[in-house]
Write a protein that binds this ligand. Sequence first.
Ligand code: ZN
Length: 263
Amino acid sequence: MTNLQRILNTLDELAPLRTAESWDNVGLLAGDRSRDITRILTCLTVTDATLDEAIESGAELIVTHHPIPFKPVPRITADSTTGKLLLRAIEHRIAIYSPHTAWDNSEHGINAQLARQIGLQNVRPLAPFSADLRAPIDTGTGRYGILPTETSIESLQSTLTKSIPYCQFRHTHSIQRVVQKVGIVCGSGGTLLSLAIKAGCDAMLTGEATYHQCLEAEANNLALLMVGHFASESFAMTELAARLSRLHPDVASKVSKHEHSFF
Ligand SMILES: [Zn+2]
């Protein structure tokens, strides 16, 4: 058992909040820092299912990748989905913390983990943070790097399907096309396509992109590789629970078993 503030300090070391995007809503979103914590549930998103799981397991803290609330809410009532979920968490005295883009961007965060899984070398951020963030030089938005050899999309599909649970691989271009300089943006990375184009990548690995973003990639001769939003991030919440368990052996940290992808 430890108090919430001590867990928050650890989370800030794993995914420093100063590395979150400015538009994001990260950190402690509901809760009392002085409360004791014996159990933590990590998940990608707070839903009725993950809340049920937290309540049933006696978790006092949910670490959710996606923030709730994300946008400012003027009232917390059961009239909206966000309000209903927040109300339920608060009624059960469950604190909510979201590292979101801090976990995407940080030195050993989601994008860095994805880069390692496909064997990228010379890994750099697609958009490095400025020095005034006092962040390590290799943190920033997204990542890109070089594969040791030219690799076909088909071979990357095989690597990703083996290493990422729930992978639902989709791609632009021919599956025989070879790529070597690869950008990485977990989640809805289609919005950051221009960064990968600017970095001279010949492929970008992301969770999801729209039809029009796929067309834009095609027009710029960049292959988009999509594994699904859920698959591109959920493995990292398993990893976060494992890291919390190692750093706080007196607190039971578990990843949600009741989340799923769509399609
Ligand atoms: Zn996401």
